[in-house]
Every structure is written in structure tokens, then in C-alpha cells.
Design a protein around this ligand. Structure first.
Ligand code: GUN
Length: 285
């Protein structure tokens, strides 16, 4: 079966063209969507992600602010900055890049962001609303995966989706979004026994493990759809996913590459969420 490589860049491009138009319309109505990205410390990967988020934001005609703090910032000082952003009318989305230094509580920071500006969809209010199918900010990576499949015309209803990884950012919410689309969902994780036996039953595999090229072709049923959320370095220091792309692409009907698959979609959905937040302000005016 010829494999279809899902081009996340191309799908992102199409969505971003629409976002740009909507941003123009909003600006005409007096609202420029604004995103504040907070970066703490000097983690090079975090800096790259944050720079990409900022650049993409500006390319949409949105207002983008990068707020940087040293690793040593106190939790209280960070919470105060978030409270300030919560009431800043030029800012519609607040994102604090994770991971945070050990002396700062992720939960406190996430809960300090007002749910109305929580464009990451990490606040318990948004997580809860998503769980019960209410309007909420959806976390960007799972949201991006669903949009990718939708735009490729891939039906999810009735399919067996096996999610590998149970993080709050990707695995757990991805399962919920697939469930909402009437898929049958199985969660696997580091303690799962006989993983290949389970993944072999999957119509759709979502690999969000964080281990380079972990999913080999023997994990995959012929014709399965494989979504790779991984962002790892291979033995040569090159960016690679959780899936062994070269061998798995021989078996899969569709597969997402790394780079150029889920990654661009994540940023696109962040832009989409920021736009949604700004539109909500207009609605409530
Ligand atoms: N670190 C890795 N992924 C993410 C993300 O989606 N949002 C934030 N805030 N931090 C991250």
C-alpha cells in the first residue's frame, strides 16, 4: 500500500491563511489579537519553541510579546506577572513555556492564568470543559492532530486509536478528543505490558513517548495511520520522532514526518486559540 505522508506544513499553511484574514477583520473592528509568551531560563529547546511561536504570531499580523525571566525568578514574581497579563487588554493569550525551574510549581502557574486567556488549554477549567464537551481552549498538540486528520478527510468514528503516552499536554487530552469523535481509545504508557500486541490492534497510533524511533514496524498493523508527536535527537544529533519513520512508512497508510508533521500544527492551533480568545472579547463587548 503506498504511504501517504501527511504534510503538517502544508495543512498549517492553509489554516494560517484563514487566520490571517480573520486577524485583518478583527483589526478593522479595533481588536489586534495579542499573545504573551513567557520564557524562564535558558533551555535551548524552549527558546527555539518560543521564538517560533513569536515569529508565527507576528506573521499573522497579531501582537506578540516575549517576556523573559532568569532561571532564578521567584514563584511569586512570576505569578504577579501573570496576574498583570490577566488584566492587560492588549493580551488575549498567555503562554508560559514549560518545563519550569524546580522551585516553581507548574500547577500554581497554570492555575494563575485566567481560563479566558489560557490558549494552551492547560487550566483545570479548560481541561474539565473539554472533558464534558463544553466550549474550551483545546491543548494545541491534540487539537492540531484532530485538525490534521479532519483536513485529510480521515474518518475517526469507530476506529481503534491507541495512544502511547499519558502526559497532561498530549496523551491524556488527545484520547479525550478522539473519544468525542466516537473513536475507541486505548491508553498505553511506560508500565504497559506487551505494547506491540496492543499497538498492533490500532487503526490509528499516536506516539507521544519521548523516545527516539521507539515505534518500529513490528508495532504497526498494515494500513494503520501513524501520528508521531516525538521531538527527539537521533544518534547523529538530528531531529527525529518517536517513530522509526523509514521502516514504519512501509506499513502505514498515512504517517506524519518529524520535522514537518505535528510540530507546525501545534503552533498553528496556538494561533487559532489566540484568535478565538480575541473573537470572544468582541462577542462579549
Ligand atoms: N512545553 C512543551 N510543549 C509545550 C506547550 O504546548 N505549551 C507550553 N506552555 N509549554 C510546552
Amino acid at each position: 500500500m503506498p504511504t501517504n505522508i501527511i504534510d503538517g506544513k502544508e495543512i498549517s499553511f492553509q489554516i494560517r491563511e484563514n487566520i490571517k484574514l480573520e486577524v485583518e477583520e478583527l483589526i478593522e473592528q479595533g481588536i489586534t489579537p495579542g499573545l504573551a509568551v513567557v520564557l524562564i531560563g535558558n533551555n535551548p529547546a524552549s527558546r527555539t519553541y518560543v521564538t517560533n511561536k513569536q515569529k508565527s504570531c507576528k506573521a499573522m499580523g497579531m501582537h506578540g510579546v516575549l517576556i523573559e525571566f532568569p532561571e532564578t525568578i521567584s514563584e511569586e514574581a512570576l505569578l504577579n506577572k501573570i496576574r498583570e497579563l490577566n488584566t492587560d487588554e492588549t493580551i488575549h493569550g498567555i503562554l508560559v513555556q514549560l518545563p519550569l525551574p524546580k522551585h516553581i510549581s507548574d500547577a500554581k502557574v497554570i492555575e494563575a492564568i485566567t481560563p479566558e486567556k489560557d490558549v494552551d488549554g492547560f487550566h483545570p477549567i479548560n481541561v474539565g470543559k473539554m472533558m464534558i464537551g463544553q466550549d474550551a481552549f483545546l491543548p494545541c498538540t491534540p487539537y492540531g492532530i484532530m485538525e490534521m486528520l479532519r483536513m485529510k478527510g480521515i474518518e475517526v468514528e469507530g476506529k481503534h486509536v491507541v495512544i502511547i503516552g499519558r502526559s497532561n499536554i498530549v496523551g491524556k487530552p488527545a484520547g479525550q478528543l478522539f473519544l468525542k469523535e466516537n473513536a475507541t481509545v486505548t491508553y498505553c504508557h511506560s508500565k504497559t505490558k506487551n505494547l506491540p500486541r496492543i499497538t498492533h490492534q490500532a487503526d490509528i497510533i499516536v506516539a507521544a513517548i519521548g523516545r527516539a524511533k521507539f515505534i518500529k514496524d513490528e508495532y504497526v498493523k498494515d494500513g494503520a495511520i501513524v501520528i508521531d508527536v516525538g521531538m527527539n535527537k537521533d544518534e547523529d544529533g538530528k531531529l527525529c520522532g518517536d517513530v522509526d519513520f523509514e521502516s514504519v512508512k512501509q506499513k502505514a497508510s498515512y504517517i506524519t514526518p518529524v520535522p514537518g508533521g505535528v510540530g507546525p500544527m501545534t503552533i498553528t492551533m496556538l494561533l487559532q486559540n489566540t484568535l478565538k480568545s480575541a473573537k470572544d472579547v468582541l462577542k462579549h463587548r
